[in-house]
Design a binder for this molecule. Structure first.
Ligand code: XMP
Length: 513
């Protein structure tokens, strides 16, 4: 792992992950930590720079998230963004107040290009503002380096102490020169060299795994999805035949997926892996009988997965390590970071308390999805596998609202296969980040061939997203949707209605449960 690191302290803003991504795009490794981590923990990480995020609170209120004033004495450059800028001002003796005029959206900011932070930035530059408080007066030793018509301190600095702050958000695309500002911060102010590159990440991780595992045996939970495939190939590169990949068919896979995974990773595929295909459908269906609550379903599927792996591990004997394809958004969204728990992604938060392995290896835990794909390409995994749309670990179990039964699985598999076929035929696959059919728990009255039906409604979902933390619904041409609807109601027994989900994330999530 890279030594050079910038950390983001999370004060509850919505763009926190985005800041980390933008810094990584500068080839500097960056991770997000809760605002309350201790100074000792920060010192241990020896970051080259610290960035304070935005947040919805008022820095001057007692209960608002804060941090120790001594953070500014560590000799580590700090960039405060939005709430982070106000907190810096507040903690260092400046005045933060409710702004007479709030600013929201694209705003022209007049900056002072002699500041290192704005090196090479236009004197009048468009930035993204979103604030109701503002810094009325900066702390004593600070200099104002940016203002707007209504915001007297749109940016400030105290270069002698390495402290910088912007009221606007350099991390969002709408701040036209934001990437340049962040790059100035990490290179010119923090003195980073830019040693975070995907090839070096892949090579270093492989070397680390090799060292950790020694001559131990490793079991990999392979689902055939992008994340676990990349993790598996990485492990195969690291420890070769010490690795056994176990593919559990939990009966919640997409149509024909089992055989497709076997084709790629099985004995006739291109990789030299030990591969075990476990058919465990009945076992999962039994456990899920009568269970309707989404989190409970997730936990059951997650736990059963682990139990199956443990059993396979025992058959192999003396397996020390379990590999999982957990990626960064899984960690964050499972509430293991600071943010609220959204869902227990089964490969993280849904793990049972007791797992019968010496250790779990998660080589992709620090990567965003597109970084995982990039790592996959570095590893020489074919493009059609690397650019595959994601499929959740709990599979169709969370695309069937309510109780899961074999009959419902068949319905959603068939509807989904039709949907995917029509999307591919229409040439849209490459333009959509994730699309699938889900089975609602709603049955409604229809008429088919003059007969009354009382059948399920299938919901179609299609979203675009870069990081899967936020997503937009895709405008699929109406005729394509109609074709899918026609085929689904005609070809899939038990369905008499098809709806299209328009919801973005937030407020929805991508999956239904
Ligand atoms: P949500 O539904 O949380 O999904 O908006 C975001 C992305 O994560 C995938 N997802 C999962 N992936 N295990 C996984 O490996 C899970 O339990 C899980 N739940 C959701 C989802 O498909 C989307 O790409």
């Amino acid at each position: 792992m890279s030594q050079e690191k910038v950390i983001v302290l999370d004060f509850g803003g919505q763009y926190n992950q985005l800041i980390a991504r933008r810094v990584r795009e500068c080839n500097v490794y960056c991770e997000v930590h809760p605002h309350y981590i201790s100074l000792d923990e920060i010192k241990k990480m020896s970051p080259k720079g610290i960035i304070f995020t935005g947040g919805p609170n008022s820095a001057y209120l007692e209960d608002s998230p804060s941090c120790s004033r001594q953070i500014f004495e560590l000799g580590i450059p700090v960039l405060g963004i939005c709430y982070g800028s106000q907190l810096m001002a507040h903690l260092l003796g400046g005045a933060v107040k409710t702004a007479p005029t709030s600013e929201y959206g694209k705003t022209e900011v007049n900056i002072d290009a002699t500041s290192m932070l704005f090196d090479g930035v236009q004197a009048n530059t468009i930035c993204w503002m979103s604030h109701t408080d503002y810094i009325e007066t900066p702390p004593d030793d600070f200099r104002i380096i940016g203002h707007t018509t209504v915001c007297p301190v749109a940016a400030m600095e105290c270069p002698e102490r390495g402290l910088y702050a912007t009221q606007f958000h350099p991390e969002v695309m709408h701040t036209v020169e934001g990437q340049k500002m962040l790059s100035n911060f990490v290179y010119k102010i923090c003195g980073c060299n830019g040693d975070w590159k995907m090839d070096s990440f892949v090579e270093k991780t492989i070397a680390q795994i090799r060292q950790k595992v020694g001559d131990g045996k490793v079991l990999c939970a392979l689902s055939g999805g992008v994340d676990s495939s990349v993790a598996a190939v990485m492990l195969a590169r690291a420890v070769g035949k010490q690795l056994t990949c176990v593919f559990v068919d939990h009966g919640l896979l997409r149509k024909n997926e089992g055989s497709e995974v076997e084709e790629v990773f099985g004995p006739n595929g291109p990789y030299d892996l030990n591969f075990i295909h476990v058919n465990a459908q009945d076992r999962f269906y039994n456990k899920l009988k009568g269970i309707e609550e989404p989190e409970q379903k997730r936990k059951i599927i997650g736990e059963e997965f682990i139990r199956v792996f443990e059993e396979e591990a025992k058959k192999i004997g003396a397996v020390d390590y379990l590999v999982q394809g957990t990626i960064y958004p899984d960690v964050i969204e499972s509430g293991l970071g600071k943010s609220a728990t959204i869902k227990s992604h089964h490969n993280v938060g849904g793990l049972p308390d007791y797992v019968d392995f010496k250790e779990i290896i998660e080589p992709l835990r620090l990567l965003f999805k597109d970084e995982v794909r990039q790592a996959g390409r570095e590893l020489g995994i074919p493009e059609h596998l690397v650019s595959r749309q994601p499929f959740p670990g709990p599979g169709l179990g969370i695309r069937i609202i309510g109780e899961v039964t074999a009959e419902k699985v068949k319905i959603v598999q068939d509807a989904d296969a039709i949907y995917r076929e029509e999307i591919a035929k229409a040439g849209l696959s490459g333009t959509i980040s994730q699309y699938f059919a889900a089975l609602t728990n709603m049955r409604s009255v229809g008429v088919m061939g003059d007969l009354r039906t009382y059948d399920y409604a299938v919901a179609l979902r299609a979203v675009t997203t870069t990081d899967f933390m936020t997503a937009e619904c895709v405008e699929i041409p109406f005729e394509v949707l109609q074709r899918v609807m026609n085929r689904v109601v005609n070809e899939v027994k038990g369905v008499n209605r098809v709806v299209y989900d328009l919801t973005s994330k937030p407020p929805g999530t991508i999956e239904f449960e």
